[in-house]
Ligand binder design. Sequence first.
Ligand code: IPE
Ligand code: IPE
Ligand code: MG
Length: 240
Amino acid sequence: MVPRHLAIIMDGNGRWAQNHGLNRVRGHQKGAVAVENIIRHAAARGVKILTLFAFSTENWKRPAYEVQALMTLFAGALKKESKSLIENGIRTRVIGDISRFSQSLQKAILSLEEQTANGKVMELNIAANYGGRWDILQASKKMWDKVHAGEIKPEDVNENLLKDFLTVKDDVDLLIRTGGEHRISNFLLYQSSYSEIYVSDKLWPDFGGDDLDAAIDFYAHRERRFGMTSAQIQSKDSSC
Ligand code: IPE
Ligand code: IPE
Ligand code: MG
């Protein structure tokens, strides 16, 4: 089984550059090439939603030159990739607080979202200036605004309703982190409650199609119990 919603924490660009005696920015450039490849590969494997962690709310703390280089790279990638995203039916959205980006970057994001809006093959979410805590907070605020406006009854507020206000509504099936660290780093906190987690020691620029296949294969062998017992899951499977 292929995960319907695959999310990736693309980590290790800096270490990749360091290992090659290069500046960290070169690692990010190489990482952008890996992104293109993995988008194509995930779509070909039948993934329906791909959410990529590109820049966290905490990444602003990095040296200014690195943040600037990441912004330039991001703007360049949006421009360079738009044609192929449209042609390949990839509906693209940027999730995160884009108000902190330059006006021209915000315009490029909105234009790409508009141009790819009819894509039917795969949904691509690029998490930029994204934080899981921010996502839950912005969703809560939107939901409560509707409660105060009388559009939602307070007694109708529940876990599922809150999902409707999150930037990505769908639960993550498989969460991959490259670069070997076993942590979530404030990615999709609400949506990852029951994700299978796959940590790869490969640094992001080295993560290729074969590595994605290995992660998907790992996923295919997991028994997802959602709190139930193994026996319950197996009897459910046999009754299908
Ligand atoms: C991930 O690679 C890319 C971003 C966070 C933007 P890193 O830059 O974090 O790479 P390492 O962890 O320093 O190797
Ligand atoms: C997580 O990587 C964020 C992205 C991949 C964009 P970090 O490198 O920022 O995570 P920490 O700081 O090691 O937890
Ligand atoms: Mg890192």
